[in-house]
Write a protein that binds this ligand. Structure first.
Ligand code: C2E
Ligand code: MG
Ligand code: MG
Length: 695
């Protein structure tokens, strides 16, 4: 294609002189000029030459200019190009008629030759711009049609929706006329309309963009549409307009559905995956419901490997995968025809069992359990695993897929927390427990922040003169619905979730604050605070303790930290180091619940502790016929040995005078128990011991 050819002008005039003049002037101005002596010839020349502009005389013998103009406009080659009429009469009527016939402009005769080429130049330039715009618009419309993309606009003032033709077509509407939002929403399915309306409502206030997938489901049209939009607000932030695009994503979403339908198998084991299993389960439940057989039953059995993480660590990830594959093979072998095994994820598997009339579910569960105990050969090593299994039954527990699986998992969790290596059947109470535990965990997270924790104080009494020498701080949780929750009910959960760190720090501070006040009245008053395992092992324990002491101006010697025997023994070497550091601060250390762990007293020698608290279980039966003598023996032995190691003794859980008398006789220094006082809030504690508030 030549880079830039000269613009071609077609001059149509019956007067040869005018034709000649036009040609001469315009060629000189840089145009290629083609001439025609009348309308009919002009139409012909137009077809041959595809002119860029036409000059057209009005008065001609065969076809007049108006008629010719109208005919030219019907040709695709001349539909849009400028047509300038040469009119002899400068009257409004013929000018009007010229425009009506489709002319772009007019020049009056006699022609002002100097101006003519200017007029032509401007007409051509205007045409060029207009043509560019027209092309861009048609390209855009074409692209949008290809992409099935439409443009829309919503005016909140009059509540009208308008937009491109493609947009209306996407919603299944033939006409491109603005309509009210309510009318517009009727194109959508009910649920889509609802969601869209809710989203629009949100846009009034906070949201600024819109991104939604909606469905059109009418006889004439089914489509999945993706709507995007952006809000326009005025200076006051008030919504004044909303506009955006809409695109047909029906094919994409159908493709996605197909892919996920095909994607029904687990890659590692090639067993059905969770989705596939849920589909099978749903179908089996449906079939059961439809069958008239009242004995038709299904069982869902979930299982996983106890301490699978450990196997993964010791076998390596690859070995772990091999174990899972071997387990999948084993499960497939022991699963009956007509039943199905699937892998839910990680080391979790599930079996769908269609119960036969004479089936005993206990026997089936036991068969699975015992077959999985047999060793696996993993990379030439014999590996033994144990598994936990949970079973839920349809229709007994539920006749719906999701709850059945959830119930089987609840039972499995129960099997696991009962020590693993066993199967459990779901019972309704398990779920209540699980729900309660979940709520407890949830509520516990904000308990400190909401000020729901309380410290209760239980007196410690000197055996020599029965005087008050201190107290043990015991935490309680004032729950808004459950009332006062004892520590045994939430400390283990707090340990597991890590909340104990926050709770423990709060108790420590509160107890130190209170003790500092009471010390002004009883100078050697000391306060016992319990430390849990997780607290004990946290990195900044020392800093926290120091902070609690200094910020409350409590001398270190007034604080007695209690750690349980089993905790102290868990990692003796490391713990001794921590205890030494605490001791170096000048704090008093006690071993709590002594006698319940495995340690011998002599082992404790290495521990830098000051005091042993004999566990309540040994004190309980002192002075009673059953076991009293034996426990008395143990208690007196503990006391004697502790003394030989230079440790002092506290007896916990003293409930009567006989126990106190026996322990005094054995030389136990400190008493704690309901006989002397129960744990109570600080104000009640002060009422019991007025000395604590006396001036
Ligand atoms: P513990 O440290 O051995 O506390 C003694 C427990 O025995 C207290 O139970 C107390 O109320 C109870 N007790 C005291 N005298 C008697 C008695 O004569 N008869 C009977 N039947 N019971 C008596 P509580 O307050 O329920 O605390 C239970 C455990 O919770 C505590 O055992 C301690 O291990 C833990 N705990 C309490 N407060 C905290 C805390 O702030 N932090 C941590 N980490 N653990 C705490
Ligand atoms: Mg304690
Ligand atoms: Mg104790």
């Amino acid at each position: 294609m030549p880079s830039k050819t000269l613009p071609t002008l077609l001059a149509i005039d019956d007067d040869p002189i005018t034709r000649m003049m036009l040609e001469k002037v315009l060629v000189r101005a840089g145009y290629r000029v083609v001439t025609a002596s009348g309308g009919t010839e002009g139409l012909l020349r137009c077809d041959e030459t595809h002119p860029d502009l036409i000059l057209l005389d009005v008065m001609m013998p065969d076809l007049d200019g108006f008629q010719t103009c109208q005919l030219l406009r019907k040709k695709s080659s001349a539909e849009h190009i400028p047509i300038i009429m040469l009119t002899g009469l400068e009257d409004a009527e013929s000018i009007e008629q010229a425009f009506h016939a489709g002319a772009t402009d007019f020049v009056t005769k006699p022609i002002n030759w100097g101006l003519l080429s200017q007029r032509v130049k401007f007409a051509l330039r205007a045409y060029e711009m207009e043509d560019g715009l027209r092309k861009a618009q048609s390209q855009l419309a074409y692209a949008q049609r290809l992409a099935q993309l439409g443009y829309w606009e919503w005016n909140p003032e009059n509540d009208m929706v308008s937009g491109s033709q493609e947009m209306f077509a996407l919603f299944g509407h033939e006409q491109t006329v603005p309509m009210s939002k309510t009318a517009f929403l009727r194109f959508l399915t009910q649920s889509s309309a609802l969601v869209l309306e809710e989203t629009l409502a949100k846009l009034e206030n906070d949201l600024n963009t819109l991104s939604l997938v909606v469905h059109v489901d009418k006889e004439a049209r089914y489509a999945v549409l993706n709507i995007l939009g952006e809000v326009t607000r005025n200076e006051q932030g008030i919504l004044v307009g909303l506009s955006g695009s809409v695109q047909d994503i029906t094919r994409i979403s159908e493709a996605e559905a197909t892919i996920s339908r095909l994607n029904l198998h687990d890659r590692l084991t090639d067993l059905p995956n969770r989705n596939f299993f849920m589909e099978m389960l749903t179908q089996a439940l449906q079939k059961r419901a439809n069958s008239k057989d009242p004995n038709a039953k299904l069982a869902v059995l979930t299982l996983d490997i106890d301490r699978f993480k450990l196997f993964n660590q010791s076998l390596g990830i690859h070995g772990g995968d091999t174990l899972l594959k071997a387990l999948a093979v084993r499960l497939t072998q022991i699963t009956r025809e007509g039943d199905a095994v699937a892998r839910l994820g990680s080391d979790e598997f599930v079996v769908l069992i269609d119960m036969h009339l004479d089936d005993k579910i206990e026997a089936i569960a036991s068969r699975y359990h015992s077959n999985l105990v047999k060793s696996f050969n993993i990379n030439d090593t014999e590996v033994f695993i144990t598994t936990s299994l949970g079973i839920a039954l349809a229709p007994l527990d539920s006749d719906q897929a999701e709850p059945l699986l959830a119930f089987a998992n609840t039972a499995k969790t129960r099997a696991k927390s009962a020590g693993g290596n066993q199967y459990q059947f779901y019972t309704a109470s398990m779920n209540q427990q699980a729900a309660k535990r979940l709520k407890l965990e949830h509520d516990l997270r904000r308990a400190v922040e909401l000020g729901q924790m309380r410290v209760y104080y239980q007196p410690k009494i000197a055996s020599s003169n029965l005087a008050l020498i201190g107290a043990e701080a015991l935490v309680r949780w004032q729950h808004p619905e459950w009332g006062l929750v004892p520590p045994d009910a939430f400390i283990p959960v707090a340990e597991e979730t890590g909340m104990i760190l926050e709770i423990g720090q709060w108790v420590l501070n509160e107890a130190c604050r209170q003790a500092a006040i009471w010390r002004t009245h009883i100078p050697d008053f000391h306060i016992g605070v319990n430390l849990s395992a997780r607290q004990f092992l946290q990195d900044d324990l020392l800093t926290q303790v120091e902070y609690a002491l200094t910020s409350n101006r409590l001398p270190a010697a007034a604080l007695d930290l209690e750690i349980t025997e089993s905790l102290a023994m868990a990692d003796a070497q490391r713990n001794i180091e921590i205890l030494r550091q605490l001791k170096a601060l000048g704090i008093h250390l006690s071993i709590d619940d002594f006698g319940t762990g495995y340690s011998s007293l002599s082992y404790l020698q290495a521990f830098p502790v000051n005091t042993i608290k004999i566990d309540r279980s040994f004190i309980m039966r002192i002075g009673t016929p059953e076991g009293g003598k034996a426990d008395e023996g143990i208690a007196s032995a503990i006391i004697a040995m502790a003394h030989s190691l230079d440790m002092s003794l506290v007896a916990e859980g003293i409930e009567n005078e006989a126990q106190a008398a026996f322990l005094t006789q054995q030389g136990c220094e400190v008493f704690q128990g309901f006989y002397f006082g129960r744990p109570v809030p600080s104000d009640s504690f002060e009422k019991q011991y007025p000395k604590l508030t006396e001036a």
